[in-house]
Design a protein around this ligand. Structure first.
Ligand code: URP
Ligand code: ZN
Length: 453
Protein backbone atom coordinates (compact mmCIF):
# COMPACT_ATOMS: atom_id res chain seq x y z
CA UNK A 1 0.00 0.00 0.00
CA UNK A 2 1.32 3.42 -0.96
CA UNK A 3 0.67 6.61 1.01
CA UNK A 4 1.55 10.06 -0.25
CA UNK A 5 1.72 13.10 2.03
CA UNK A 6 1.36 16.17 -0.13
CA UNK A 7 1.72 19.95 0.23
CA UNK A 8 3.30 20.06 3.68
CA UNK A 9 6.40 21.86 4.95
CA UNK A 10 8.82 19.15 6.08
CA UNK A 11 10.70 20.15 9.20
CA UNK A 12 13.90 18.24 9.85
CA UNK A 13 16.59 19.20 12.36
CA UNK A 14 18.79 20.69 9.64
CA UNK A 15 16.28 22.32 7.29
CA UNK A 16 12.70 23.04 6.29
CA UNK A 17 11.61 22.13 2.78
CA UNK A 18 8.35 22.12 0.91
CA UNK A 19 8.09 18.58 -0.47
CA UNK A 20 5.93 15.46 -0.65
CA UNK A 21 6.61 12.13 1.07
CA UNK A 22 5.95 8.73 -0.47
CA UNK A 23 5.58 5.78 1.87
CA UNK A 24 5.44 2.05 1.26
CA UNK A 25 5.61 -0.85 3.68
CA UNK A 26 6.20 1.43 6.64
CA UNK A 27 9.24 3.10 5.07
CA UNK A 28 9.72 6.49 3.41
CA UNK A 29 10.63 5.62 -0.17
CA UNK A 30 10.84 9.13 -1.61
CA UNK A 31 10.93 12.77 -0.55
CA UNK A 32 10.65 15.23 -3.43
CA UNK A 33 8.62 18.09 -4.86
CA UNK A 34 5.40 17.36 -6.75
CA UNK A 35 5.32 13.61 -6.29
CA UNK A 36 2.41 11.76 -7.88
CA UNK A 37 1.68 8.06 -7.61
CA UNK A 38 -1.30 6.21 -9.04
CA UNK A 39 -3.30 4.38 -6.42
CA UNK A 40 -1.60 6.00 -3.44
CA UNK A 41 -3.71 7.14 -0.51
CA UNK A 42 -3.24 10.91 -0.38
CA UNK A 43 -2.93 12.85 2.87
CA UNK A 44 -3.13 16.58 2.26
CA UNK A 45 -0.81 18.44 4.66
CA UNK A 46 -1.47 21.87 3.22
CA UNK A 47 -0.90 24.55 5.88
CA UNK A 48 0.81 22.05 8.18
CA UNK A 49 4.34 21.26 9.28
CA UNK A 50 5.45 17.68 8.80
CA UNK A 51 7.84 16.50 11.52
CA UNK A 52 9.64 13.22 12.14
CA UNK A 53 7.66 11.41 14.83
CA UNK A 54 8.46 12.81 18.26
CA UNK A 55 10.39 10.66 20.70
CA UNK A 56 9.80 10.82 24.44
CA UNK A 57 12.96 9.65 26.21
CA UNK A 58 11.48 9.52 29.69
CA UNK A 59 8.25 7.76 30.63
CA UNK A 60 7.14 5.66 33.57
CA UNK A 61 4.15 3.53 32.60
CA UNK A 62 2.74 0.83 34.83
CA UNK A 63 5.39 1.49 37.45
CA UNK A 64 4.78 -0.10 40.83
CA UNK A 65 5.89 1.97 43.82
CA UNK A 66 5.72 0.71 47.39
CA UNK A 67 2.36 2.43 48.01
CA UNK A 68 0.70 2.53 44.61
CA UNK A 69 1.10 2.04 40.84
CA UNK A 70 1.21 4.82 38.23
CA UNK A 71 -2.20 5.75 36.85
CA UNK A 72 -1.12 5.18 33.25
CA UNK A 73 -0.16 1.84 31.85
CA UNK A 74 1.23 1.39 28.34
CA UNK A 75 -2.24 1.35 26.78
CA UNK A 76 -3.45 4.69 28.12
CA UNK A 77 0.02 6.23 28.22
CA UNK A 78 0.80 5.48 24.58
CA UNK A 79 -2.71 6.56 23.56
CA UNK A 80 -2.01 9.98 25.07
CA UNK A 81 1.50 9.91 23.60
CA UNK A 82 0.46 9.42 20.02
CA UNK A 83 -2.30 12.01 20.20
CA UNK A 84 0.42 14.45 21.20
CA UNK A 85 2.60 13.47 18.23
CA UNK A 86 4.91 11.08 20.07
CA UNK A 87 5.55 7.97 17.99
CA UNK A 88 8.24 6.37 20.19
CA UNK A 89 8.58 6.29 23.95
CA UNK A 90 11.56 5.05 25.93
CA UNK A 91 10.20 3.71 29.19
CA UNK A 92 12.21 2.59 32.21
CA UNK A 93 12.25 -1.16 32.70
CA UNK A 94 13.40 -1.50 36.28
CA UNK A 95 15.62 -4.19 37.74
CA UNK A 96 14.65 -4.93 41.34
CA UNK A 97 17.31 -5.46 44.00
CA UNK A 98 18.36 -9.11 43.85
CA UNK A 99 16.69 -9.59 40.47
CA UNK A 100 18.13 -9.67 36.96
CA UNK A 101 17.85 -7.26 34.06
CA UNK A 102 16.46 -10.06 31.89
CA UNK A 103 13.57 -10.53 34.32
CA UNK A 104 12.83 -6.81 34.20
CA UNK A 105 13.04 -6.73 30.43
CA UNK A 106 10.65 -9.67 30.07
CA UNK A 107 8.22 -8.00 32.46
CA UNK A 108 8.33 -4.71 30.54
CA UNK A 109 7.87 -6.41 27.18
CA UNK A 110 4.70 -7.96 28.59
CA UNK A 111 3.48 -4.63 29.98
CA UNK A 112 4.04 -2.94 26.60
CA UNK A 113 2.10 -5.42 24.46
CA UNK A 114 -0.63 -3.69 22.47
CA UNK A 115 0.93 -0.22 22.80
CA UNK A 116 -0.43 2.55 20.63
CA UNK A 117 3.00 3.89 19.71
CA UNK A 118 6.46 2.40 19.29
CA UNK A 119 8.46 1.74 22.41
CA UNK A 120 11.91 0.91 23.64
CA UNK A 121 13.32 0.57 27.12
CA UNK A 122 16.12 2.02 29.17
CA UNK A 123 17.14 -0.39 31.91
CA UNK A 124 17.02 1.16 35.39
CA UNK A 125 19.34 -0.70 37.73
CA UNK A 126 19.01 -0.54 41.48
CA UNK A 127 22.40 -1.97 42.45
CA UNK A 128 25.71 -2.94 40.85
CA UNK A 129 27.54 -6.26 40.86
CA UNK A 130 29.47 -8.61 38.54
CA UNK A 131 26.34 -10.45 37.48
CA UNK A 132 24.66 -7.27 36.28
CA UNK A 133 27.85 -6.13 34.60
CA UNK A 134 27.94 -9.42 32.66
CA UNK A 135 24.23 -9.16 31.85
CA UNK A 136 24.75 -5.89 30.03
CA UNK A 137 25.99 -7.88 27.05
CA UNK A 138 22.69 -9.74 26.87
CA UNK A 139 20.92 -6.38 27.14
CA UNK A 140 22.86 -5.07 24.18
CA UNK A 141 21.89 -8.17 22.19
CA UNK A 142 18.27 -7.45 23.13
CA UNK A 143 18.41 -3.84 21.89
CA UNK A 144 18.91 -2.12 25.23
CA UNK A 145 21.80 0.33 25.07
CA UNK A 146 20.88 2.85 27.75
CA UNK A 147 20.55 2.62 31.51
CA UNK A 148 19.43 4.72 34.42
CA UNK A 149 20.75 4.92 37.93
CA UNK A 150 19.19 6.89 40.74
CA UNK A 151 21.07 8.77 43.43
CA UNK A 152 17.82 8.82 45.44
CA UNK A 153 14.77 6.70 46.42
CA UNK A 154 15.40 3.98 48.99
CA UNK A 155 14.51 1.07 46.72
CA UNK A 156 16.63 2.29 43.82
CA UNK A 157 19.52 4.45 44.89
CA UNK A 158 23.11 3.50 44.20
CA UNK A 159 26.38 4.93 45.48
CA UNK A 160 29.06 6.90 43.65
CA UNK A 161 31.33 3.86 43.32
CA UNK A 162 28.56 1.83 41.75
CA UNK A 163 27.90 4.62 39.25
CA UNK A 164 31.62 4.77 38.44
CA UNK A 165 31.86 1.01 37.76
CA UNK A 166 28.64 0.94 35.77
CA UNK A 167 29.76 3.90 33.63
CA UNK A 168 33.01 2.14 32.74
CA UNK A 169 31.19 -1.00 31.73
CA UNK A 170 28.55 0.92 29.74
CA UNK A 171 31.30 2.73 27.84
CA UNK A 172 32.85 -0.61 26.80
CA UNK A 173 29.52 -1.65 25.30
CA UNK A 174 28.67 1.63 23.53
CA UNK A 175 25.92 2.25 26.06
CA UNK A 176 25.08 5.31 28.12
CA UNK A 177 23.80 5.81 31.67
CA UNK A 178 21.34 8.53 32.61
CA UNK A 179 21.58 9.63 36.20
CA UNK A 180 18.83 11.04 38.42
CA UNK A 181 20.94 13.69 40.12
CA UNK A 182 19.95 14.66 43.65
CA UNK A 183 22.00 14.47 46.85
CA UNK A 184 20.30 11.84 49.00
CA UNK A 185 22.10 12.68 52.24
CA UNK A 186 21.25 16.35 51.99
CA UNK A 187 17.61 15.91 51.12
CA UNK A 188 17.18 13.33 53.86
CA UNK A 189 18.58 15.79 56.41
CA UNK A 190 16.33 18.55 55.07
CA UNK A 191 13.29 16.27 55.27
CA UNK A 192 14.16 15.62 58.92
CA UNK A 193 14.31 19.36 59.64
CA UNK A 194 11.06 20.07 57.77
CA UNK A 195 9.12 17.27 59.46
CA UNK A 196 9.38 19.06 62.77
CA UNK A 197 7.74 22.16 61.27
CA UNK A 198 4.12 22.61 60.26
CA UNK A 199 4.50 23.33 56.53
CA UNK A 200 1.95 22.71 53.76
CA UNK A 201 2.99 19.24 52.45
CA UNK A 202 3.52 20.01 48.73
CA UNK A 203 5.63 23.02 49.67
CA UNK A 204 7.60 20.96 52.18
CA UNK A 205 8.45 18.53 49.35
CA UNK A 206 9.91 21.38 47.30
CA UNK A 207 11.77 22.87 50.26
CA UNK A 208 13.37 19.52 51.00
CA UNK A 209 14.95 19.44 47.52
CA UNK A 210 16.39 22.90 46.84
CA UNK A 211 18.42 23.70 43.73
CA UNK A 212 21.75 22.97 45.44
CA UNK A 213 20.64 19.39 46.03
CA UNK A 214 20.58 18.94 42.25
CA UNK A 215 23.61 21.10 41.45
CA UNK A 216 25.85 19.23 43.89
CA UNK A 217 24.72 15.90 42.44
CA UNK A 218 25.33 17.01 38.85
CA UNK A 219 28.79 18.27 39.82
CA UNK A 220 29.56 14.94 41.46
CA UNK A 221 28.26 12.98 38.47
CA UNK A 222 30.46 15.01 36.14
CA UNK A 223 33.52 14.11 38.17
CA UNK A 224 32.56 10.43 38.41
CA UNK A 225 32.07 10.34 34.61
CA UNK A 226 35.43 12.04 34.12
CA UNK A 227 37.15 9.41 36.25
CA UNK A 228 35.34 6.67 34.34
CA UNK A 229 36.22 8.37 31.04
CA UNK A 230 32.60 7.87 29.98
CA UNK A 231 29.92 10.14 28.55
CA UNK A 232 27.46 11.58 31.07
CA UNK A 233 23.71 11.94 30.56
CA UNK A 234 21.69 13.95 33.07
CA UNK A 235 17.96 13.20 33.09
CA UNK A 236 15.34 15.84 33.92
CA UNK A 237 17.77 18.70 34.54
CA UNK A 238 15.87 21.46 36.35
CA UNK A 239 18.28 24.09 37.67
CA UNK A 240 20.67 26.81 36.52
CA UNK A 241 23.20 25.42 39.00
CA UNK A 242 23.04 21.95 37.46
CA UNK A 243 23.35 23.43 33.98
CA UNK A 244 26.45 25.37 35.02
CA UNK A 245 28.06 22.20 36.34
CA UNK A 246 27.40 20.46 33.02
CA UNK A 247 28.85 23.45 31.15
CA UNK A 248 31.96 23.32 33.29
CA UNK A 249 32.44 19.63 32.50
CA UNK A 250 32.00 20.25 28.78
CA UNK A 251 34.55 23.04 28.91
CA UNK A 252 36.95 20.52 30.42
CA UNK A 253 36.43 18.28 27.39
CA UNK A 254 33.83 15.84 28.69
CA UNK A 255 30.95 14.43 26.60
CA UNK A 256 27.81 15.54 28.39
CA UNK A 257 24.20 15.14 27.23
CA UNK A 258 21.28 16.86 28.89
CA UNK A 259 17.56 16.22 29.10
CA UNK A 260 15.00 18.60 30.56
CA UNK A 261 11.20 18.43 30.70
CA UNK A 262 8.35 20.88 29.95
CA UNK A 263 7.50 21.31 33.65
CA UNK A 264 10.95 22.84 34.23
CA UNK A 265 10.39 25.25 31.36
CA UNK A 266 6.85 26.54 31.80
CA UNK A 267 6.00 26.08 35.50
CA UNK A 268 7.63 27.49 38.61
CA UNK A 269 7.65 26.85 42.33
CA UNK A 270 4.96 29.44 43.09
CA UNK A 271 2.57 26.57 42.24
CA UNK A 272 3.37 24.85 45.54
CA UNK A 273 0.83 27.09 47.27
CA UNK A 274 -2.02 26.02 44.91
CA UNK A 275 -4.96 24.13 46.42
CA UNK A 276 -4.13 21.08 44.30
CA UNK A 277 -0.36 21.47 44.61
CA UNK A 278 0.14 17.72 45.23
CA UNK A 279 0.07 17.31 41.48
CA UNK A 280 3.34 19.28 41.30
CA UNK A 281 5.06 16.93 43.74
CA UNK A 282 7.77 15.47 41.57
CA UNK A 283 11.51 15.05 41.83
CA UNK A 284 13.21 17.29 41.06
CA UNK A 285 10.56 19.83 42.09
CA UNK A 286 9.49 22.90 40.11
CA UNK A 287 12.06 25.68 40.25
CA UNK A 288 12.26 29.48 39.92
CA UNK A 289 11.30 31.51 36.86
CA UNK A 290 15.00 32.29 36.38
CA UNK A 291 15.68 28.57 36.09
CA UNK A 292 12.95 28.28 33.42
CA UNK A 293 14.66 31.05 31.47
CA UNK A 294 18.13 29.57 31.88
CA UNK A 295 16.89 26.25 30.52
CA UNK A 296 15.16 27.91 27.55
CA UNK A 297 18.42 29.77 26.89
CA UNK A 298 20.30 26.46 26.92
CA UNK A 299 17.79 24.96 24.49
CA UNK A 300 18.21 27.98 22.22
CA UNK A 301 22.00 27.43 22.27
CA UNK A 302 21.60 23.68 21.74
CA UNK A 303 23.27 23.04 25.10
CA UNK A 304 20.32 20.86 26.11
CA UNK A 305 19.75 18.16 23.52
CA UNK A 306 16.56 16.48 24.62
CA UNK A 307 13.14 17.17 26.09
CA UNK A 308 11.51 14.18 27.72
CA UNK A 309 8.38 14.31 29.83
CA UNK A 310 9.11 12.14 32.90
CA UNK A 311 5.45 11.20 32.57
CA UNK A 312 4.72 9.47 35.88
CA UNK A 313 1.04 10.09 36.53
CA UNK A 314 -1.06 9.69 39.64
CA UNK A 315 -4.68 10.56 40.33
CA UNK A 316 -5.45 13.15 43.00
CA UNK A 317 -6.70 10.27 45.19
CA UNK A 318 -3.28 8.63 44.86
CA UNK A 319 -1.58 11.93 45.61
CA UNK A 320 -3.73 12.16 48.77
CA UNK A 321 -1.89 9.11 50.14
CA UNK A 322 0.64 11.62 51.34
CA UNK A 323 -1.78 13.92 53.20
CA UNK A 324 -0.34 13.08 56.61
CA UNK A 325 3.31 12.86 55.54
CA UNK A 326 4.68 14.79 52.59
CA UNK A 327 7.32 12.15 51.90
CA UNK A 328 4.50 9.69 51.09
CA UNK A 329 3.02 11.76 48.25
CA UNK A 330 3.75 9.69 45.12
CA UNK A 331 6.37 11.55 43.10
CA UNK A 332 5.63 12.44 39.50
CA UNK A 333 3.26 14.16 37.14
CA UNK A 334 1.48 13.73 33.82
CA UNK A 335 2.87 15.27 30.65
CA UNK A 336 3.01 12.76 27.83
CA UNK A 337 0.40 14.39 25.58
CA UNK A 338 1.29 18.04 26.10
CA UNK A 339 5.03 18.11 25.40
CA UNK A 340 5.01 19.22 21.76
CA UNK A 341 2.19 21.74 22.12
CA UNK A 342 3.91 23.38 25.09
CA UNK A 343 7.26 23.48 23.28
CA UNK A 344 5.61 24.89 20.16
CA UNK A 345 3.59 27.51 22.06
CA UNK A 346 6.09 28.67 24.67
CA UNK A 347 9.23 27.95 22.67
CA UNK A 348 8.69 28.32 18.94
CA UNK A 349 5.82 30.84 19.00
CA UNK A 350 7.65 32.90 21.64
CA UNK A 351 10.73 33.06 19.42
CA UNK A 352 12.90 31.23 21.94
CA UNK A 353 13.63 28.25 19.67
CA UNK A 354 13.15 27.43 16.00
CA UNK A 355 11.05 24.83 14.22
CA UNK A 356 14.26 22.98 13.32
CA UNK A 357 15.15 22.88 17.02
CA UNK A 358 11.69 21.47 17.68
CA UNK A 359 12.58 18.64 15.27
CA UNK A 360 15.97 18.09 16.90
CA UNK A 361 15.02 18.46 20.58
CA UNK A 362 11.79 16.45 20.36
CA UNK A 363 13.00 13.83 17.91
CA UNK A 364 16.35 13.77 16.07
CA UNK A 365 18.67 14.20 19.06
CA UNK A 366 16.93 11.44 20.99
CA UNK A 367 17.15 9.15 17.96
CA UNK A 368 20.87 9.91 17.61
CA UNK A 369 21.78 9.61 21.28
CA UNK A 370 19.78 6.44 21.85
CA UNK A 371 20.78 4.41 18.80
CA UNK A 372 17.69 4.83 16.60
CA UNK A 373 18.98 7.22 13.90
CA UNK A 374 18.33 7.44 10.96
CA UNK A 375 15.44 4.95 11.18
CA UNK A 376 13.82 7.40 13.57
CA UNK A 377 14.30 11.15 14.03
CA UNK A 378 14.40 12.27 10.41
CA UNK A 379 12.19 12.44 7.35
CA UNK A 380 14.33 11.10 4.53
CA UNK A 381 14.39 8.24 2.06
CA UNK A 382 14.86 4.93 3.87
CA UNK A 383 13.67 6.08 7.29
CA UNK A 384 10.71 4.61 9.14
CA UNK A 385 7.49 6.40 8.33
CA UNK A 386 6.79 7.73 11.82
CA UNK A 387 5.45 11.14 10.91
CA UNK A 388 3.53 13.96 12.61
CA UNK A 389 1.39 16.35 10.61
CA UNK A 390 1.35 19.38 12.85
CA UNK A 391 -1.43 21.92 12.42
CA UNK A 392 -0.19 25.32 13.64
CA UNK A 393 -3.61 26.96 13.23
CA UNK A 394 -5.19 25.15 16.17
CA UNK A 395 -5.38 26.82 19.58
CA UNK A 396 -6.83 25.68 22.85
CA UNK A 397 -6.44 25.38 26.60
CA UNK A 398 -4.96 22.35 28.35
CA UNK A 399 -7.52 20.44 30.36
CA UNK A 400 -7.16 17.00 31.89
CA UNK A 401 -10.70 16.33 30.68
CA UNK A 402 -9.62 16.34 27.04
CA UNK A 403 -6.35 14.46 27.48
CA UNK A 404 -6.28 10.71 26.89
CA UNK A 405 -4.12 9.86 29.90
CA UNK A 406 -5.74 7.88 32.69
CA UNK A 407 -5.60 10.49 35.40
CA UNK A 408 -7.72 13.34 36.64
CA UNK A 409 -5.10 16.08 36.57
CA UNK A 410 -2.36 17.70 34.57
CA UNK A 411 0.28 20.10 35.89
CA UNK A 412 -0.43 22.24 32.83
CA UNK A 413 -4.18 22.69 33.47
CA UNK A 414 -5.53 25.96 32.07
CA UNK A 415 -2.47 26.85 29.98
CA UNK A 416 -3.15 28.32 26.55
CA UNK A 417 -1.63 26.25 23.74
CA UNK A 418 -1.23 26.58 20.01
CA UNK A 419 -0.64 23.84 17.47
CA UNK A 420 -1.62 20.20 17.58
CA UNK A 421 -0.83 16.87 15.98
CA UNK A 422 -3.58 16.60 13.37
CA UNK A 423 -2.53 13.26 11.86
CA UNK A 424 0.14 10.82 12.96
CA UNK A 425 1.59 7.99 10.90
CA UNK A 426 3.10 5.12 12.83
CA UNK A 427 5.24 2.67 10.84
CA UNK A 428 3.51 4.02 7.74
CA UNK A 429 -0.05 3.51 9.01
CA UNK A 430 -2.40 6.37 9.76
CA UNK A 431 -2.76 5.92 13.52
CA UNK A 432 -4.19 9.37 14.36
CA UNK A 433 -6.59 11.14 12.05
CA UNK A 434 -7.88 14.60 12.89
CA UNK A 435 -6.76 14.25 16.49
CA UNK A 436 -8.39 10.84 17.05
CA UNK A 437 -6.72 7.46 17.46
CA UNK A 438 -8.09 5.48 14.53
CA UNK A 439 -5.71 2.51 14.49
CA UNK A 440 -4.93 1.41 18.03
CA UNK A 441 -2.32 -1.12 19.12
CA UNK A 442 0.14 -0.70 16.23
CA UNK A 443 3.17 0.05 18.41
CA UNK A 444 6.30 -2.03 17.83
CA UNK A 445 9.38 -2.65 19.96
CA UNK A 446 12.33 -0.50 18.86
CA UNK A 447 15.58 -2.45 18.94
CA UNK A 448 18.37 0.07 19.51
CA UNK A 449 22.03 0.04 18.56
CA UNK A 450 24.97 1.76 20.27
CA UNK A 451 24.36 5.12 21.90
CA UNK A 452 26.04 8.43 21.17
CA UNK A 453 25.96 11.14 18.54
O1 URP B 1 9.00 12.57 40.45
C1 URP B 1 9.38 11.86 39.55
N1 URP B 1 10.09 12.35 38.61
N2 URP B 1 9.05 10.57 39.54
C2 URP B 1 9.45 9.63 38.59
C3 URP B 1 10.74 8.99 38.90
C4 URP B 1 11.90 9.86 38.53
O2 URP B 1 12.49 10.43 39.42
O3 URP B 1 12.20 9.98 37.36
ZN1 ZN C 1 11.60 9.67 35.67
Amino acid sequence: MLTLIKNGMIVNADKIVSADILIEGGIIIDVAENLNEDGATIIDANGCYVFPGFIDTHTHFDLELSITTTADDFKSGTHAAILGGTTTVLDFATQDKGGTMSEALQKWHKKAEGSNCNYGFHMAVSEWNDKLSYEMEAMKAAGITSYKMYMVYDALRVGDGEIYLALKRAKELGSIIGIHCENYGLLTALIGELKSKDIYPPLAHALSRPALVEAEAVARYMRIAKLANAPAYVVHLSTTGGLEEARRARKGGQSVYLETCPQYLVLDDSRYMDADAEKFVMSPPLRKREDNEALWGALANNEIEIIGTDHCSFTMAQKALGKADFTSIPNGGAGIQTRAMLYYTYGVMNGRVSLEQMASQLSANAAKLFGMYPKKGVIQKGSDADIVIWDPSVSGVVSHKTLAHNCDNTPFEGMAVKGAARDVLLNGELAVNNGRLVSPGLGKYVFRSSCGF
